[in-house]
Design a protein around this ligand. Sequence first.
Ligand code: MSP
Length: 504
Amino acid sequence: MKYYITTPIYYINDKPHIGHAYATFVADTFARYHRLKGADVFFLTGTDENSTKNVEAAREKGYSDIQHYLDMQSAEWQTAWKELGITNNDFIRTTEERHKQGVEQFFRLVHEKGDIYKGTYQGLYCTGCEAFLRESDLADGLCPFHKKKPELIEEQNYFFRASKYRAALLEHIEKNSDFIQPVSRRNEIVNYIKDHFEDISISREKIEWGIRLPIDDSQVIYVWFDALINYLTGIGYGWDEKLFARYWPADLHIVGKDIIKFHCALWPAMLLSAGLQLPRRVFAHGFFTIEGQKVSKSLGNAIDPVQLCAIYGIDVVRYFLLREIPLGGDGDFSELRLQDRYESELAKGLGNFTSRVLTLAEKCEATVFEAAAIPAEQEAARAVADLRYAWENGFEQCVLHESLAAIHDLIAWADRYIDKTKPWALLKEDNKTAVQTLSILLELLRQASLFLYPFMPHTAAAIRERLGLSGIAGDGVAWLQWRAERIHSVSKKENLFPPLAPKP
Ligand code: MSP
């Protein structure tokens, strides 16, 4: 069982902001889930370095050595992902030799297939999108995403015969209902392929930065044609065929809604031309605003995810982003909402339940909490089985907020169970029943830690530490069974979610 998941590769003309961190956290959550389920996971992210906007940023900041600037920027992004605890298996940079080799190999295949031809192109180009736009795409003459007037370009270019694959793409989308997620995006893509998916210029004449076209070194390869191939070169294409055969096709490409067309039309057409399998699924997440406003450099509202995590903790930020914004929809990031959810759901919900159970367990004489063959045990096991079903379904259907909601339901169930059984009273009267009841509660807490792990890995580890259990390293599938691990040396330690310090 392998699972190959990717994020988009990021332009590095600036620092990562919360929108980039969101996509990366989403992919990391999937990667951790599949590892927990025992899959052989490969999680890839990286940086898209052959874009004109990176070159412009380097020049604006006074760097004449572009590669030096890119090395610095890419290192900064890699450090940010490390600091945010992202568990990518590799990091691909499109200026690496291994990527260049793979792109050249891919290009040759497409060329040999007869899918490359030379022509003249005239069109409106937006450097922000790194794409030609149609008049109908513009709003008041401006690119709707970047609010800039596109440039009129006329060049001798090489074209990719994308239109040849129109029918095959439509058939693939028709037959594979899972290919484009969420399904609400399917029609948009189908209409785009039917009405607008034409042959596309895949080289640029007047650009000096990028991978040279193998058949004409006066041209560089169009940045999207180059960037999409990262999903292959990041797992060995062109440099380790065994590795590549082990992981391709991708099981899930996570992308933002602004780049879904590239991933559901151009990319599969390129793969069909090169005779490679298509990815199993492309999922487009929505866009965020910050306190109601578009994330923008000029407004200076681009939240730095590393700084935010330094204040609230990585897990709290992960939790908030995945709980607040249903995957696939647009959302707003508000620090007040984050604080609100922290207090009401984390401190009062999970945190309070954890300290309630651990306080009671510490009061109990038992040091080992054994299985208890009482009817409540079965009921609790059933509540966990229901949760597991909903939790897995959330991942399979890409509705992660539903997985999180299912964890809440389990904690609510367990809280009700405490209220009903009143273990504090049992502790005074009948130690055996108290141990049985507490052992069920501790098992529920252990289970909650496993279900939480993909979302809140550090919190999961902190709960497990309090239960005398080891951290989760990779394959935890066996642990998901009811009572699979022995709970011992329980200790309450400090609160998982202490009150937030008032903001200065
Ligand atoms: N380099 C291309 C992707 C190439 S993949 C073969 C690119 N880079 S990007 O840095 O501009 O964007 C990367 C991702 O960040 C995109 O999926 C984009 O949707 C996402 N986001 C950028 N701003 C965002 C928000 N404000 N909200 C959510 N995600 C956003 O496109």
